[in-house]
Each structure stands twice: as structure tokens, then as C-alpha cells.
Design a binder for this molecule. Structure first.
Ligand SMILES: *Cc1c(COP(=O)(O)O)cnc(C)c1O
Length: 384
């Protein structure tokens, strides 16, 4: 079989051993419904509460502040739509950044159709917002700030604690999409001053289709999903017991491995090697960046072609252009950091994991160098 080097861990991860071990008993033996009164059900309920404790502990929260959801997208929808509904009388203005994940941006676009006003804060070339601009954007009717903890395309880590302080000083609720940050950098909801925080299972070594929303105690958020009253009436639907147990185990494992110094070293080795390619540049914040994400742009290269050629060498990577929507528009994140369209088209994100070896990195640098060279030789716009 052809060797596969998976460097797209920011898109999804394989289920970790920790998560798999935690999940297996709940699939075939301890499969009860947590709402049932008999012991198999109580057993499942207990597993859920153990998982809730673990997640709470991993982010410095209390167990009653942890709510399990169907995915990161759902958690973001719940946070934004419910705060908007709850605070409508107080105001209808929300602040975010231009480089959020579509799960935040498109939810806010929807809220705009419902009469809410959204300010999209621009970012600098590293993908950072200005705290000064944030403070200036605050109005009397601002009800919510939603700014991600770290960006999924360029790995930039935002100053979440400072943003949280500005929000709380002004009596504004603060939500952070921490899907990429969770398990990669330390997160403490109290130190960060966050009211709402989103986590997704499949980005941290657990299943697709399970997520978390942290809701600070005292915040009476209306539910997004109504039904049988699970999760204290806040998120109905029979709980994904195995998935939840897996998410908690995966997060606990990741947090126990922080800080990810080894991963950071490998990432930097990869960056150093790739930047030896002519007319290549690094994207994102050189210092405040996630340990596992290396991102680049190459002049006179079309991202899709690069991905296909890398795939032929067994290398899985991603490019900001095209992506899920199937459109050929370059990524809003790369345009957001000020790259011109033609440069943004030649983007590449390599996201590593614990299993990535030095040999993998050498192989990727070698093949990528060849691929870029080949594509440029065929390109009408490339000039040495
Ligand atoms: C993947 C991702 C999401 C969406 O999470 P799902 O569980 O796939 O719905 C949201 N935000 C960021 C930053 C992500 O990387």
C-alpha cells in the first residue's frame, strides 16, 4: 500500500487510542440510554457525568457549565443565536473578526437578516486584531463579542484573555470558538474571561459529530434544540454517550501533553525546509501560533493542482482556496490578512500531529519542492 502522510489534522484527526478505549464499552456492552432508570441506563448516565467532569477540569470550568452538542458548528450556532435572542431588548450589535470559521460568519450573516448589526474587525498581516479597534467598535447596544481563540487556516492565536477583559469591563458577553485551540494550547475559562466557549470532538482526536459548549454559570441561555429535556433541558436529544466519553478522554489526553514542545519543534523544522523554496512565504503569526499548523503561500502556484500532485505522493494537505464550497474564491482568511487574490490562490496548510515523524517532514519538504518546481515550469506566469 502507498504510504500516507496525513498533514491535515486541522481538518479532522484520527480517533486517538485514549478516545477509542473510552468509547468502545459504550457501543456494544454498556449501551443504555442515560435517561433510563435501570442499571444499564444509570451506567451510561454515570459515564456522561465522568466525561463532563473531565471536560470541565480540562478548561477550568465547573461540570454544570459543560453542555454536550452535536458538533462545533452547533455549539457556535447555539451561542450566537441564543445570546442574540436573549439580549435583543438590550441591543442588537455584535462584534467579530473577518477571519472566523464559516460556522460563526454564516451564523452572523443569518442574524443580520434578522435585524442584528455585525461589526467585522479587520486583521493585520499576522491575522491579529487590534485591541484598540475592538474597544472603539464597542457601542451602547453591543451585546456580544465572538472572536476565535485560534485560527484554523493560519494558526494565529488571538489574545483571548485581553479580549475577555475588554468584554467583561464593558458588560458584554464573550464567546470564543476554541475548536482549534482546545487541546493545543492551555485554556482556562476563568483566566480568559469567557462566557461561552466551543469545542469539537473530531479536531482533537475524538469522533466527528460531537461537541461542547461551555456556558458560564448564571447565564440563562435559551436552548437551540428542543425536545426530551436532556442536558438539563438545554440540549435535547438522546446523548451520544460513546462519542462524549471519547471526546472527554481525547481532551484529557491532549491537555496532559501540553505544552506541545515536540510538535512545535517539528512544525518549525517543516517551516524552515519549506521556506527554502523560492518565492514562498509563511502566513500567520510567527510567534503566537498553534503548535501544529504550518501555512504558506507560493507565487505562481494554483493550490488545487498542488494538492492533487501532493496526493499522488501520498501527502494529505489543504489549501485555503476552493475548499468545501467548491468555489474558486480564495480563502477569506488569506484575503483578510491582506494577500492579493493571485497569491492567496497558491496557499498550502500543513497541519501536523503527535505521530508526524522527522522522516515524514523530510519527505514532504522534498516532494513539495519538486511539485512547486514542476508546476512553475508549466505556468505561463512564472518567471525565474
Ligand atoms: C472545524 C471547525 C469548526 C466546526 O466544527 P465541526 O465539529 O466540524 O462542526 C468550527 N470552528 C473552527 C475553528 C473549526 O476549525
Amino acid at each position: 500500500m502507498k504510504k500516507t502522510i496525513y498533514l491535515d489534522n486541522a481538518a479532522t484527526t484520527k480517533v486517538s487510542k485514549a478516545a477509542l478505549d473510552a468509547m468502545l464499552p459504550f457501543l456494544h456492552e454498556r449501551y443504555g440510554n442515560p435517561s433510563s432508570v435501570y442499571s444499564v441506563g444509570r451506567d451510561a448516565k454515570e459515564a456522561m457525568e465522568t466525561a463532563r467532569n473531565k471536560v470541565a477540569q480540562a478548561i477550568g470550568a465547573r461540570p454544570e457549565e459543560i453542555f454536550f452538542t452535536g458538533c462545533g458548528t452547533e455549539s457556535n450556532n447555539w451561542a450566537l443565536k441564543s445570546v442574540a435572542a436573549m439580549r435583543k431588548e438590550k441591543g442588537q450589535h455584535i462584534i467579530t473578526s473577518t477571519i472566523e470559521h464559516p460556522a460563526v460568519l454564516n451564523t452572523l450573516k443569518y442574524l443580520e437578516t434578522q435585524g442584528y448589526e455585525v461589526t467585522y474587525l479587520g486583521v493585520d498581516k499576522f491575522g491579529q486584531i487590534s485591541l484598540d479597534a475592538l474597544t472603539k467598535a464597542i457601542r451602547k447596544d453591543t451585546i456580544l463579542i465572538s472572536i476565535m481563540a485560534a485560527n484554523n487556516e493560519i494558526g494565529t492565536i488571538f489574545p483571548t484573555a485581553e479580549i475577555g477583559k475588554i468584554a467583561s469591563d464593558n458588560g458584554i458577553l464573550f464567546h470564543t470558538d476554541a475548536v482549534q485551540a482546545a487541546g493545543s494550547i492551555p485554556l482556562d475559562v476563568r483566566k480568559l474571561n469567557v462566557d461561552l466557549l466551543t469545542i469539537s470532538g473530531h479536531k482533537i482526536g475524538a469522533l466527528k459529530g460531537v461537541g461542547v459548549l461551555f456556558i458560564k454559570k448564571g447565564l440563562k441561555l435559551p436552548p437551540l434544540i428542543h425536545g426530551g429535556g436532556q442536558e438539563h433541558g438545554m440540549r435535547s436529544g438522546t446523548e451520544n454517550v460513546a462519542g462524549i466519553a471519547g471526546l472527554a478522554a481525547a481532551l484529557e489526553y491532549r491537555v496532559s501533553r501540553l505544552p506541545q514542545d515536540n510538535l512545535t519543534k517539528k512544525r518549525d523544522r517543516l517551516i524552515e525546509g519549506v521556506l527554502k523554496i523560492k518565492k514562498s512565504a509563511f502566513t500567520g503569526d510567527p510567534v503566537n501560533r498553534l503548535p501544529g499548523i504550518a501555512s504558506f503561500v507560493f507565487e505562481a502556484i494554483e493550490g488545487e493542482s498542488m494538492l492533487l500532485m501532493l496526493d499522488a505522493f501520498g501527502i494529505c494537505a489543504s489549501s485555503g482556496s476552493a475548499c468545501s464550497s467548491g468555489s474558486l474564491d480564495p480563502s477569506h482568511v488569506l484575503l483578510g490578512i491582506g494577500l492579493p487574490h493571485e497569491i492567496a490562490h497558491g496557499s498550502l496548510r500543513l497541519s501536523l500531529c503527535e505521530d508526524t515523524t522527522d522522516e515524514d517532514i523530510d519527505y514532504v519538504i522534498e516532494k513539495l519542492t519538486d511539485v512547486v518546481d514542476k508546476l512553475r515550469k508549466m505556468s505561463p506566469v512564472w518567471q525565474e
